[in-house]
Design a binder for this molecule. Structure first.
Ligand code: ASP
Length: 340
């Protein structure tokens, strides 16, 4: 009996390695080892964080909100769900939370309203779906998934995206749903800063985005990102978040990435695909590639990213003051943080 189990273990291990899946040996009971497929998840709530001097209660709210989204994604992955479902659910929860710049609580642009960008990508097929400068859609990440799975297109923008959402019965909300009091204060401050210069106050708070990347038990990677973009942006401006290969990317051969920061800087470097290419063609590890791009190539203060690679390694480099983030994996590692 014991030797049958050992043989089965060896065969499973061999198959998993052949198909590129991450595995781990788990001690199940006293003398028995079974193969468990590895999963991993990382989420972020943006690189435009509160300062370390912020009230403890505000810090607690951010950490608790990250925890809720992380746990929802963990439950999906631990019970054998797909990485696509896990990243979508984490991002949907963060979109509904007014603390973060996506969905409800999105950044306010120059005309006083919100326009939203989102993308999802499936690392197994490299199919993707995205929406850009869409108004009124409560959960842009769900619409992005619909674009990927139910249309022949990959990016649908503006009025066309809103029309698609209405036709397909996605939840539509009035402007007042998205535009919170707190975002209006940030908008006022940002407009003042742009008029009088940095003495007016915080710069970092102009940023923000939410995202998730995951590896599931089938060895499939997925990424999702959703944002209101930069505070006081020009209507119609599109950042890196809905651009596949820049703010969002997943490829089973390398990694899944979701970025946050000043979109224009990320677009200039095609950040996510650049990291994937460094791994695939340059032989760099996910850690070396991600750190090189974020810490050496992007300008200081421009943002950061979350990454899960095909073996379940997680990276969360940023060059900004902080980055709201949370990570977990099947080995029991778990981390929720704002700063170092
Ligand atoms: N990257 C987003 C954008 O440029 C904003 C952010 O992540 O802070 O639209």
């Amino acid at each position: 009996m014991a030797s049958t189990k050992t043989l089965l273990g060896i065969i499973l291990c061999f198959l998993a390695i052949q198909f590129g899946c991450a595995t781990q040996l788990v001690r199940h009971s006293a003398n028995q080892e079974v193969i468990a497929m590895r999963w991993a998840i990382a989420i972020h709530g943006g690189a435009g964080t509160i300062g370390r001097d912020a009230e403890a209660s505000i810090q607690e709210s951010y950490l608790a909100a990250l925890q809720v989204a992380l746990e929802a994604a963990e439950r999906i992955l631990a019970s054998g769900g797909t990485s696509l479902d896990a990243v979508q659910e984490a991002v949907r929860i963060l979109e509904d939370d007014p603390l973060f710049n996506a969905g409800r609580g999105a950044a306010i642009m120059a005309d006083g309203h919100c326009e939203l960008d989102a993308a999802v990508m499936d690392g197994a097929t490299r199919n993707s779906g995205a929406v850009a400068f869409v108004r009124g859609v409560r959960n842009p990440v769900l619409l992005a998934r619909h674009v990927m799975e139910a249309t022949p297109h990959m990016l649908v923008a503006g009025d066309g995206a809103l029309r698609l959402a209405k036709q397909k019965g996605f939840q539509i909300e009035p402007d007042s749903y998205f535009e919170t009091e707190r975002r209006r204060r940030m908008w006022d401050r940002e407009r003042q800063r742009q008029r009088v210069g940095p003495e007016a106050g915080e710069v970092e708070l102009a940023m923000g985005t939410v995202g998730a990347v995951a590896l599931d038990q089938f060895g499939n990677l997925a990424a999702a990102t959703s944002t209101g973009g930069l505070t006081n942006k020009m209507p119609g401006r599109v950042g890196d978040s809905p651009l596949v290969g820049i703010g969002t990317y997943a490829n089973n051969a390398t990694c899944a990435i979701s970025c946050t920061g000043t979109g224009e800087e990320f677009i200039r470097l095609t950040v996510a695909h650049r990291i994937s290419a460094m791994m695939e063609f340059g032989g760099l590890s996910s850690s070396e590639a991600a750190k090189r791009v974020v810490m050496e190539e992007l300008p200081r203060g421009s943002g950061g990213l979350i990454l899960v690679d095909r073996l379940g390694n997680i990276e969360t480099p940023y060059n900004s003051r902080g980055m709201y983030r949370a990570t977990a994996d099947s080995r029991g590692n778990r981390h929720v943080a704002i700063w170092e």
